[in-house]
Design a protein around this ligand. Sequence first.
Ligand code: TYD
Length: 219
Amino acid sequence: MSLLVTFEGPDGAGKSTQIQLVARRLEANGLSVVKTREPGGTPLGERVRAVLLDPGDCAIVPRAEALLMAAARAQHVADVIMPALSDGRVVLCDRFSDSTLAYQGAGRGLPTENLNMLQAFATDGLQPDLTILLDISAENGLERRRSSGTPMNRLDQDSLAFHERVREWYVQEAKAHPERWVLLEAGRAQDDLADEICQVILDRSGQAAARADANRKSE
Ligand code: TYD
């Protein structure tokens, strides 16, 4: 059964590590998984990503930032996400529309109503079935990022206050919409975290129930 699962959180929350671990577990359970990321995921998206994350001297105003994120997303939805969902696959996506609401909305201060319209246009109305929030304080996330040796990108280099607004938005949104969001503490042991996320996804996709049913019949 197809499912769009998005992973969100402040920078340094460990989303990409979790996506790798969770994908392996889901595949071991017989699911067909596509791992992808934003901005990126397509040749156009990866080029836009390079422009957006380059800490160099190319000025990008918040509206341009939001539009570039949306352009990359439109291509990604059309070329990668929708085809995978049509094939009945589970898509694990490192960031999606909520990142725009968190970073360009709460972080940069762009109006939510404009961003919602932009998302609806870019995604053709596609919404995640499930969103995993890996929660970490802005300070700890940035510290993790610094000590990982990964170069700090243009957004990482923004102020702590910016990253705190982003984190706050995520926590409030997750608490307001528990039917879609699952909030998990990012600092936990990585394998435990991956086990829990995998279980949540299996439950949602109905695989767990189907397996239990099959087990009962074979007893
Ligand atoms: P990345 O190195 O992938 O960070 P992370 O590993 O934390 O996801 O950089 C992506 C950056 O782009 C990250 O700081 C969040 C930001 N971003 C937005 O501001 N808006 C968006 O819509 C998306 C998808 C990402």
